[in-house]
Design a protein around this ligand. Structure first.
Ligand SMILES: Nc1ncnc2c1ncn2[C@@H]1O[C@H](COP(=O)(O)OP(=O)(O)OP(=O)(O)O)[C@@H](O)[C@H]1O
Length: 222
């Protein structure tokens, strides 16, 4: 379902300084597969996630998702593709602390302009799934770390995306919350989501429900 073919990604800082973040990467992720991308800081993990999410384009090579050439999409189609297909989980959750739980979860739906009943149905589904409905009107700043985590995961799933992308999801979490996140990941996998996690957290290594661990080093898969 996700295919990266001969991907090279360079960042030109200036004419004399070009960073090669990814070198001739080939990677196939099947539908329903859970992949852990591991490797030191700067090895290229986030660059791969950005390409899958159509947040950036490769310098050369192809990104194909469900037979669509993502790397060739014009920007407006790229954001549509993201909205319809991708759920993001970020390391600091990126929740808006002055909004309520409900408002944060609904944010990805705003550009779709759904009718109120449809939005409410989607909201209830994920609040129930990730057990946060008892806090729907609470402000983020008044939630515990675990509750904030559940809001972030509910928000990533409100569009019912097929693909979940998580970039260092446990980087700021204590061990208890990290283990809780891993249990949620197990649930998402059981729901049939295709999941790519970039992490250097050893808690993710050797998990029975992870299909593949792929190591990156200096922009190549090793
Ligand atoms: N926008 C950018 N401009 C210039 N260089 C960049 C940019 N984004 C990434 N890089 C460089 O590309 C390389 C790969 O970075 P990337 O963020 O993909 O690595 P990473 O493995 O995700 O690192 P981390 O674990 O620290 O997030 C690094 O050398 C980084 O400095």
């Amino acid at each position: 379902m996700i295919e990266l073919i001969n991907i090279t990604k360079t960042y030109e800082i200036n004419k004399n300084n070009v960073v090669t973040a990814l070198k001739d990467i080939n990677l196939k992720v099947e539908e329903g597969e859970l992949i852990v991308l591991k490797g030191a800081s700067g090895s290229g993990k986030s660059s791969i996630l950005s390409l899958i999410a159509a947040l950036s384009k490769p310098t050369s090579g192809e990104v194909i998702v469900d037979a669509k050439h993502i790397s060739k999409l014009p920007d407006n189609f790229a954001s549509e593709y993201r909205r319809d297909n991708i759920g993001f989980i970020f390391q600091k959750y990126n929740l808006i602390t002055t909004l309520s739980v409900k408002e944060n979860i609904l944010l990805p739906l705003v550009p779709l302009n759904p009718d109120a009943d449809e939005a409410n149905e989607k909201l209830q589904r994920v609040m129930d799934m990730f057990k946060i409905e008892h806090k729907e009107d609470a402000f983020i700043k008044n939630l515990s770390g675990g509750e904030q985590q559940r809001v972030a995961i509910a928000r990533a799933n409100v569009n019912n995306p097929k693909i979940i992308i998580a970039d260092e999801p446990t980087a700021n979490l204590d061990e208890k919350l990290s283990l809780h996140f891993i249990e949620i990941l197990r649930e998402l996998k059981a729901l049939g989501k295709t999941i790519v996690v970039a992490t250097h957290d050893p808690l993710f290594f050797g998990l029975d429900f992870v299909d593949r661990e792929i190591e990156m080093h200096n922009g190549v898969l090793v």
